[in-house]
Write a protein that binds this ligand. Sequence first.
Ligand code: CUA
Length: 268
Amino acid sequence: MAVALILVLVAIGSVAFHLWSPWWWTPIASNWAYIDSTIIITFWITGAVFVAVVLFMAYCVYRFRHRPGLQATYEPENRRLEWWLTVVTGVGVAAMLTPGLFVWRQFITVPEDATTIEIMGQQWQWSFRLPGPDGKLGISDTRLISPENSLGVSRDDPNALDDIVVEGGELHLPVGKPVKALLRSVDVIHDFYVPEMRAKMDLVPGQVSYIWFTPTRTGTFEILCAELCGVGHSMMRGTVVVQEQSEYQAWLEDQASRSFARLAPAAQ
Ligand code: CUA
């Protein structure tokens, strides 16, 4: 009886803890509210299954407790019950996977008016490249990386000369404008993650992955690396500053000294 009661308390306690938990997401700051919805659906489905299983256990512990002289029947197969469990499990799994497919389609479909930027990960810092006044990001290649050209920007691309290179500093973005970030890694796999933006994506050496999002409110947010990448992994942090368009423009104009042409003169 005590065991059954404890099981019931575990079920009630888990639901209560979920509802009144002090650990919840930070307020969202991007368009990816879908990700929250997907997680909430998964929470409720797995939560309902968890409560049902624990309560069923409590019921069995109580109902089939030891009584002198009573013997259990042996029933290794039950086709009806197996069918029933298979169908219910299948529906539950499909209900958790289907919303994810819709979100994924949006996740990989970048809006046409998105500004392309570059985010470079290396042990253990974040660097960024933003299009300069021409609004176009020049091409880059990790093979071109040198001490003077830390992001491997191509000198042969005229669009690259005015690009703003921010090495290990803050990433500034205007609010309300979609960005497509090309993700590159110099060394090992890293993962770009800003909890307030919800979405995250790996940076894989040897390939260019991407992520897109629209910052929906101004503020300063922390960038975390969400992939174990060596002893400095936990220190691999960065900062995103989301600003009003006018403030962003003013900041961008101040950054002329960080243009690729100034940082790495063509002479080398
Ligand atoms: Cu980079 Cu963890």
